[in-house]
Design a protein around this ligand. Structure first.
Ligand SMILES: [Zn+2]
Length: 285
């Protein structure tokens, strides 16, 4: 199944890129002082684990039934607790696996968006929270915290509700900075929310989780002009791929485009540069 690994080490200044292809398993752990971002390969669904020297932040949990994939990876890494779980919004491809995760691993803090949604997945999430004795914090004001050397800021939606695409537009957006390296996670933000991000002038980021699985929206032009990412990750599936217009735009402004449907993506930050590693699935013969 695994055919190759591609390492691309790219200075933040984007001067040097070194490409190596080897046939080895993924690294078991990051080195001291590094921050590891793991982008799960879950089809058109999101989950991102950020592992610092002090603990772990998990952003979203994929679909119902995908919690086990997340738990298995955490176990392989020797991670036995989650410090902060961020649920960007309550669509099933983001909150679906949360119930399983909450039931199987201790979680210290849960941050969630302000737009609840009556669904089977949401109800299971609420039950699992109650079972774990946790009360999720609904983020309504910009919230910052640190975990080891990594500094996080969570940006809430500016409106209590949106006329168009209310759930996606209520996505929490998370920025993470580790030394000179910066990461931006945008959930499923659509037009109105992307407009807010541009108006907030969040600035440039080395890593971008492309909003809403790479679905095209005009506001991506302003967002990408602002972010100018070195590495852009899209969480889409073969069945529901990203829009070509999004890829064409990224080809103009992003250093590299990584599709989790081609394999999970690991990004290591040493505080001054990023190392990107993707284990690419073999194409069907
Ligand atoms: Zn989604």
């Amino acid at each position: 199944m695994i055919t190759q690994r591609v390492y691309i080490r790219r200075a933040v200044s984007a001067i040097i890129a070194l490409l190596l292809i080897v046939l080895l398993p993924l690294p078991a752990a990051k080195a001291e002082g590094e921050v590891l971002l793991h982008c799960f390969s879950l089809g058109k669904a999101d989950s991102f684990a950020i592992v610092t020297g002090e603990g772990t932040v998990l952003i979203d949990c994929g679909e119902s039934g995908q919690g086990d994939i997340i738990l298995e990876w955490l176990k392989q890494q020797g991670i036995d607790r989650i410090d902060t779980l961020i649920i960007t919004h309550f669509d099933k491809d983001h909150v679906g696996g949360a119930a399983k995760v909450l039931k199987k691993i201790p979680v210290s803090r849960v941050l969630q968006s302000n737009s609840p949604k009556d669904s089977k997945e949401y109800r299971k999430y609420l039950s699992a929270l109650a079972l774990a004795g946790l009360e999720a914090e609904t983020v309504r004001e910009e919230l910052s915290f640190t975990l080891g050397d990594a500094a996080f800021t969570v940006y809430p939606p500016e409106r209590e509700s949106y006329a168009k695409d209310p759930s996606n537009n209520s996505s929490l957006v998370t920025a993470m900075r580790h030394g000179e390296c910066s990461f931006l996670f945008t959930g499923d933000a659509e037009s109105a929310r992307l407009q807010e991000l541009v108006e907030e002038k969040l600035g440039q980021f080395d890593f971008l989780q492309v909003p809403h699985h790479g679905v095209w929206q005009t506001q991506l032009i302003s967002l990408l002009n602002m972010v100018q990412p070195e590495a852009a990750v899209i969480t889409s599936s073969e069945k529901e791929p990203e829009d070509q217009a999004t890829v064409s735009l990224l080809e103009k402004v992003a250093g590299q485009i990584l599709l989790t449907r081609e394999g999970e993506v690991d990004i290591l930050s040493d505080g001054s540069s990023l190392s990107v590693c993707q284990e690419i699935f073999a194409a069907a013969a």
